[in-house]
Design a binder for this molecule. Sequence first.
Ligand code: SAM
Length: 207
Amino acid sequence: MDDTPVKDGVTLASLLENGGRKALSLVMFGREILANPRAMGAICPSSPALAAHMAAQVPLNQQGPTVELGGGTGTVTAALLKHGVRAQELVVIERSAKLATHLCRRFPSLRVIQGDAVQLGDLLGPDAGRVRTVVSSLPLRSLPPETVRAIAEQLEAVLAPGARFIQFTYKHRALCSMLSERFTTVYSRIIWGNLPPARLDVFQYQP
Ligand SMILES: C[S@@+](CC[C@H](N)C(=O)[O-])C[C@H]1O[C@@H](n2cnc3c(N)ncnc32)[C@H](O)[C@@H]1O
């Protein structure tokens, strides 16, 4: 492939690679929506703007793993790595077998676990209780309330004291009713550069 820069140091090869990845992500996401609309809870993958805002809220240089819930096509995963989260400290949980396989191929150096966030403690094994940050794209609005409650319990089981929980949502009420008083909001804003615009909330956990 031609490595000659097309514009501002961007090569034709990288343009084609990015375009191909975006197209593949859209196809994979579309298939999953058809197969399981409630578990996807969105009409397209998270935008790079939303992903970058989520990643920017992850504190770096802290001991303990960062866990991404609902990795999907990997937009947020890529932003976390770009932000500086170290590959060996990032664990990605994805319920869909097809999307988990896609994530494994796209990020071969990461620990990608195909599983349900409802079993987060078991999936993390010895890392449960040591997690410094959970970054979640889970569709709380469309998941059954008992699933949301079970995930909230798992969060409290795996987060270390002072850890962060980062979640975007299209329905703030679902998020508030999910969390106990042990979570305090430390950041909140609307991200307009997403389809549709999403609300990003960051909580600190203090047991
Ligand atoms: C909004 S979509 C993914 C957004 C992702 N940031 C992207 O850009 O593709 C939500 C993801 O959560 C996953 N998911 C839904 N319920 C889950 C659960 N209980 N445990 C783990 N993953 C789940 C879905 O399979 C889907 O990939």
